[in-house]
Design a protein around this ligand. Sequence first.
Ligand SMILES: NC(=O)C1=CN([C@@H]2O[C@H](COP(=O)(O)OP(=O)(O)OC[C@H]3O[C@@H](n4cnc5c(N)ncnc54)[C@H](O)[C@@H]3O)[C@@H](O)[C@H]2O)[C@@H](O)CC1
Ligand SMILES: [K+]
Length: 215
Amino acid sequence: MSKAITIAEAQRYDAHTINKVGIPALVLMERAALATFNNILNDDFDLSQVIVVAGVGNNGGDGIAVARLLKIRGIDVELYILGDLEKATPQTDQQLKIAQYYGIPVTNDLNHIVAASMIVDAIFGVGLSREVTGNFANAINAINAADAKKVAIDVPSGINADTGDVMGVAVVADSTTTMAYNKIGLLTASGKHHAGTVHVADIGIYAQDHLEHVR
Ligand SMILES: NC(=O)C1=CN([C@@H]2O[C@H](COP(=O)(O)OP(=O)(O)OC[C@H]3O[C@@H](n4cnc5c(N)ncnc54)[C@H](O)[C@@H]3O)[C@@H](O)[C@H]2O)[C@@H](O)CC1
Ligand SMILES: [K+]
């Protein structure tokens, strides 16, 4: 899969897969989380104290599911949640309930981000829609200040996935697991710098309306 897509294409393919093909959004989210989890395990990271920094959109839901997969593996992991929980997507709300069942700790202390041994960035993906300010910017600055290795889910948070532009401030990741296809913004100089090594994950979302060989 060498193709790179725009935000609008990513959103269109996601919606087609869910609404026309019929694969439930939570299934796609689980595959996104499993792909990220496997890339984390296959890399040379210090997993002694992992923190997942998550927003309340579906990018955050991917990250909360990764936290649960790590926890079940016996890895010490905590969550730092950003945004209004009342506005969480249904999938992310469900992931939070599952994380709660497994007793995954939630912190609101930025020092935990700075002190972590490895950081998963799940604040914004292709849904980033404006400049990053306030608590979101503070968290991204803490991520960048940490010595830990950083893995971004789908897009490094703060990067415009169409242009690669930094929307105020953006995570500088060591690697990015991006879903379905690369994003065109990650091919720019700024996008490459912030994304690090890009892993494209097949999570069951395809550009074609039909897959010719399976019809
Ligand atoms: N919809 C789907 O089918 C799938 C989505 N996936 C994940 O979901 C992501 C897209 O999810 P969403 O569309 O929910 O969007 P995101 O989770 O990328 O971001 C949307 C959230 O961020 C907020 N937001 C945007 N810009 C902001 C800013 N500057 N400051 C503060 N808040 C801001 C929005 O209000 C919203 O709450 C993808 O990047 C991918 O990681 C995957 O789970 C795979 C399947
Ligand atoms: K992200």
